[in-house]
Design a protein around this ligand. Sequence first.
Ligand code: AR6
Length: 173
Amino acid sequence: MAGKIEVIQGDITKLKVDAIVNAANTSLLGGGGVDGAIHRAAGPALLEECKTLDGCPTGEARITNGYNLPAKFVIHAVGPVWHGGINREEKLLASCYLNSLSLARENDCDSIAFPNISAGVYRFPKELAAEIAISEVKSFMNRNAKPGRIVFCCFDEENFRIYNDLLAKEREI
Ligand code: AR6
């Protein structure tokens, strides 16, 4: 694996990377959490472009411009709502990461930052979500040179600790 994985704690809207990922909903028309923060920081033109996309199914992703954000693109990924794991939630969350990375590669992005998709109001268990995110990202990086820099942007202390612990544990193996 030639690329680099970083974990930071902070606000994803401030990051100067080629693409930031949004934890969106199927309407792609905005919401709370990180979605609300991204729309506020990008400005109203983001919503105008999202309106042209006709929504996005769970597990898939769509790309738009970043407008007033430091990031060039926003990749809107729709994570699953956690219903106890009986509705293919793990598979759908993995697809969000894979589809986002594929869009980043297709658009020649060298760097991409992910929030903790589904780990907020969609109630996906944080530890399991982090395991899926890391494993999907690593397997993509083993097969693709781009994007070579992946940032896991954690907003809260707990996720920041979970990601750091998991990555440290893997380095020991
Ligand atoms: N930067 C980085 N991470 C953030 C930020 C930020 N500025 N703000 C919140 N987070 P959530 P979901 C973290 O609820 O669970 C929206 O209404 C947050 O602490 O934003 O996928 C959408 O429209 C948490 O760890 O997304 C959907 O309807 C993580 O981002 C729904 O919420 C994800 O929390 C999607 O729910």
